[in-house]
Write a protein that binds this ligand. Sequence first.
Ligand SMILES: [Zn+2]
Length: 506
Amino acid sequence: MLRSLFVLLSLGLFSASPVFAEKTLSGKPYTKSTDLDAINIDTRLPDALHSDLPELGDYSQTILSAQDEQRIAAQILREVAVSDEVLQDVEIADYLQILGNRLAAASDDKQQSFNFFVVKDPTINAFAMPGGVIGVHTGLFLASHSESELASVLGHEIGHVTQHHLARILAKQKTDTFKNIAGIALALLVARTNPELASGALSASSAAEIQRQLGYTREHEREADRVGLNVLKNAGFDPRGMTAFFITLQRGSRFVDSSSPSFLRTHPLTSERISDVENRVVNMPYKQVGSSLGYYFVRAKLRANQGLAQVAIDQFQRNIKEGRYANEIAEHYGLAIAMLRQSDVAGASAQVQWLDAHAVQSAFVENVKARIAVVEDNPKKAGKQYNAALKRYPEDRALIYGYAEHFLAIKQTKKMITLVKEKQKLYIADPYFYTLLSKAYLLEHKDLLRFQAQGEAYYRQYNVDKAAEQMDFATKAKDGSFYEKSIVEARLKELRRLQEISKPTS
Ligand SMILES: [Zn+2]
């Protein structure tokens, strides 16, 4: 079931803004040129490619309206927000989103917004879904050898999205087929967390049939590579990261279980594809681009948290001893994280001391210091650390979450509410800030505010129905001022209206 799900997930590529934002199909004209060979002439002039990428089809031929795309994206993001298979780690999520935004900003389609998320899956893969929603497997982070390699895959997926490949594939299908596919894709997405719910939604044979109908073509792959390469270069990464990743893929695929979904299955890597990219890269000026410390930290954190803690600890210790690492700092950081899994405060503190002695400055390290204080059950120390760290990294969400949770744990709700309200301005779309507020109001026995905050949290998890339900509770709460009541009543009306327009039109 996961496999067939994957097939479907790998196909998404529509243009849509994130849900509830203003609609935004890119208004740029699409020509009907399909003369792919003509593109190759431009390999000598890579910069020129940027302005005259041909389009494979007319977007107006597609059968999805912007509203349809937004609706599908909303449903997907609703699952993403609560899925057990999605890595709910704010440090890693923010790293990926910032990296993805940097690449997306270097693409031609500035209108398109992207949502990136990490899937707990050891296989090497990434996939694009409707509305610019892009999933990245933990296996891809770990298999990559540089940030440019990782970025090259994101760039490729961004290319599938901005070139509307799936929309074009779907345009060739009958409308009925598409409607089924949308329904099935959503059912399968649910299956990621809730297999029995979706069993029977799709038989293996129909999944295979859909795959046959909806696979990316070689032209799509070539175009996604070409867009990805430009995005990579324009965002300041090493374009050779893409050819390097092809090698990583070819090596990695030998060890990957053949039954598991992999990048190669959904994005076939042909020798033609490789040489096409190689030819382009050869003509680009050589550029040495180092990977960021954040890239190494994210990889170390993933390694530290997978499998048995003791196995991870042994591995980090062995690597440090034998000097086998891509980045020594990240190895010590990863060891500290793995040790904290066993509540080894002394061991983790020793690693942090090493990091301090080597003048490592990073919010990742500040977070570990705070975590150590939390694990050793020293709220005073933790509070001091969070406070100091947030002065240096005022926008770091992991620190903000940690500090808020600290206040909640010691029942200092007033301080928590002040902190969250101040930081919330930086992350207006973040549901967790509202969840925190709701918890604080619960402790303060403030019903209206508690339901209101919970409703806003659901709204930001793309769950309008549950948001309206909570807002309804808020309007019926016995407490709250006249002013507060009028706010939740107005909000409830707005949510009811959204419920209406987000119903399928068919
Ligand atoms: Zn592809």
